[in-house]
Write a protein that binds this ligand. Sequence first.
Ligand code: PRT
Ligand code: ZN
Length: 297
Amino acid sequence: MSDHRDRLRVAVQKSGRLAQDSLALLRRAGLAFRESRDRLFLYGENLPIDVLLVRDDDIPGLLQEGSCELGIVGRNVYAEQALAATGDAFPLESRALGFGHCRLALAVPDGGALASVADLAGLRIATSYPQLTARWLREQGIHAEVVLLNGSVEIAPRLGKADAICDLVSSGATLLANQLHELATVLRSEAVLVRAAQVPSAAVANQIERFCGRIDAGLSGHGARLLMLQAPRSALAAIERLLPAREQPSVLGLDGRPDDIALQALCDAQLDWQHLEELKRLGARALMVLNVERMLA
Ligand code: PRT
Ligand code: ZN
């Protein structure tokens, strides 16, 4: 447990696939920061929140030892370390963040004899995720050997080091290039916000609540569009059916025009030109779509 401290610390990946989106999320939550000279630390200028830039693998441990209270990490890394964790202060997964999507998948060589999960019995599976792989094998009731590799897992079958692999996949291009194909998904992953089991002070606990509230507002507002239009009242039901609305639209009367209405609807990002053209066909006028910058439910 760290000593008393009033500033919240958030750990994010310094460079790599999650780095940019993690900082973008912090900015959307309203945090403005100044970089330290060594680029290991971002000092929050407008809120008592600082950001540590680290290797993704170090994030759960930093939370567990009390150096930080929040972190952004792939669920694959978090879940693997959670299975290996000892002690009771392991951080908790708090929210999925909607980026860094990938899956931990079991893959086998093309054109081989392995056609189903049951065929893995007695074979060697190379992976950087031994805990998750072993758990999945147990759940499937399969006895197989897990071979730990810390890189280039996809070439293990060709090198004769393993019969199958369990690795992260996003587009599938790496598997394809290595003449492998997926047999099963072991874990669906994306970036998640993890939260320390203990906090150093009431001030930090307050900051966590406030910050998580902003993250949630940022997540729900992200991609949202506000649609405004006027239309004949008789077209309202058809308009409401058409809209990818997140909630019941607001409908207002118009002075001196009893047959018309004005409508405001909060819509998903999928609201596109085609929707607008169809709305127009239904008699809608004065159509306007605005990107939603901030939202607080
Ligand atoms: O330096 P540091 O330790 O911080 O970074 P790192 O090299 O360990 O991690 P990094 O930046 O590669 O990945 C960080 C996180 O991004 C991972 O833990 C995942 O949660 C997430 N992520 C999303 C991915 C991928 N997609 C991904 N495709 N991580 C790795 N890959 C690799 C995969 O291992 C395989 O080699 O990309 C290859 C497969 O990609 P496709 O598109 O060919 O299928
Ligand atoms: Zn890493």
